[in-house]
Every structure is written in C-alpha cells, then in structure tokens.
Design a protein around this ligand. Structure first.
Ligand code: ATP
Length: 218
C-alpha cells in the first residue's frame, strides 16, 4: 500500500487530572514509534466508569496547561465539544474521515486494554486504527479469552507495520513505569497533601486556582 503520512497517536482518557503517567506514556510512544503527533482526547463523560470530579471544561483546560509547551502533543477537544458521552469507535471514525491516508494508533495503558472487550463495538476498532499497548511490568496480558485471541491474531513485533498500514495491528511497547493515578492525586489534594512531582506545576496551579478537588467533591 502507498502512503505518505506518518502515523498519529490517539490517547483518550478522563484526565481528572492529567499527570506525568499519561504524559510519559505519550512522549515515550511518540518517540519510540516515530509518530507525527499525539492527540490527547479527554472524554466528555466516561461510559465505563463513574463520573469525573472536574467538569469537562476543567479537564480540557488542565490538558491544555500540561502540554502547552510540547509540540508533539495536541489537546483535541472533539469529545468535549460533542457534549454527550461518546465511544472511542465514533472518535476513530471521525479521525479516519478527516485523515483518510494517515495510520491511526490508539494508545492504551495495559490496564485499559485489559477491559477492551467491554468497549462499544470493540471488534471494529482495528478496522480504523492500530492498537499500541503501553506495557507496565506489574500487568500481564491474558493467555486465554477474547483479548488473548485478539492479541494472538493481530500482534506484530515489528513496528514498521503501523506505518505501512492504516490500521489492524497490535503492538506492545514498554514504557517507564510510573505508579501515578488520578484518583490518588485527587485524594491527596482533598486532604491537603502536596501532589507536586506527580503532575505538571501548571496543572497543580490550575487546580489550586479553581479549587477543583476540594474535600467535598472527591
Ligand atoms: P484513575 O486513577 O482515576 O483511574 P488514570 O490516572 O488511570 O485515572 P485515565 O484518564 O483513566 O487516568 O487514563 C487514560 C489512559 O492513561 C489509559 O490508557 C490508562 O491506561 C493510561 N494511564 C493512566 N495512568 C497511567 C500511568 N501511571 N502510567 C501509564 N499509563 C497510564
């Protein structure tokens, strides 16, 4: 297949708030996969989990603060602007229409990938994108079941397949393991602890300014 465009990455999430675990995942995969850009896409409202504490606009603003100085990363507000809970398949369909000749790589932490078979129209996702699993040593891919079967069929060890094809392969890449979670950051802030060094200072300043995670909200 002939293609001219470099692959782009798509990192969806709640980002309540965005932290260095998310940012290292994005930057490390950007570099190791030689991606053109990574779209960081905060969801309006997650479909599979409880409601976020910060509003969609606040979570988007925190993503924008976090990546303002990083040209590799782009804050993509499409799901927030849609204003309804949306599924990743819809977002990928939209991106595919906008970029018909660009390979798309859906970036997932391995913890998120383990729940992949519960996603809306999950079997179709590989028709629109590749899946890149960011591996962290404390998690294992299953050896039996739907996810294991999918990985067996689609896993490639050579990353050239993500640049030579628009979609359809799964690759697993190691990333630096940072045990940071948004839930834990919110709890720390709510009890008055300092979350510095877990997330960018600009994001923490935004949280302080807006009182985003006060004890009554978390
Ligand atoms: P929470 O703690 O509330 O569950 P979270 O920190 O896991 O939130 P999400 O917005 O749900 O954040 O995650 C978005 C994506 O980032 C998912 O693919 C998830 O696997 C990945 N991710 C989250 N935390 C880390 C981390 N510390 N290291 C690498 N990837 C991460």
């Amino acid at each position: 297949m002939h293609q001219t465009n470099k692959a782009i990455g798509v990192l969806g999430g709640t980002f309540d708030p965005i932290h260095f675990g998310h940012l290292r995942l994005a930057l490390e995969l950007y570099e190791s996969l030689d991606l053109a850009k990574i779209h960081i896409i905060p969801c309006y409202q997650p479909v599979h989990r409880k409601l976020p504490v910060a509003s969609p606009e606040q979570r988007l603003a925190m993503v924008e603060c976090a990546i303002a100085k990083e040209r590799a990363l782009y804050a993509d507000a499409r799901e927030i602007h849609r204003g309804i809970p949306s599924y990743m398949i819809d977002t990928l369909l939209e991106l595919r229409q906008e970029m018909p000749h660009t390979p798309l790589c859906l970036l997932l932490g391995i913890d998120a990938f383990l729940g992949f078979a519960s996603w809306h129209r999950w079997q179709e996702i590989l028709e629109y994108a590749h899946i890149v699993i960011a591996h962290r040593p404390q998690y294992q891919l299953p050896t039996t079941g739907l996810i294991a079967d999918l990985v067996k069929k689609r896993l490639q060890h050579d990353i050239t397949s993500i640049h030579n094809n628009l979609n359809g392969t799964i690759v697993v890449r190691p990333i630096t393991s940072l045990e940071i979670s948004a839930t834990d950051i919110r709890k720390q802030i709510a009890i008055g602890r300092n979350p510095r060094y877990l997330l960018p200072d600009d994001v923490y300043n935004y949280i302080k300014q807006h009182g985003t995670y006060s004890i009554s909200q978390v």
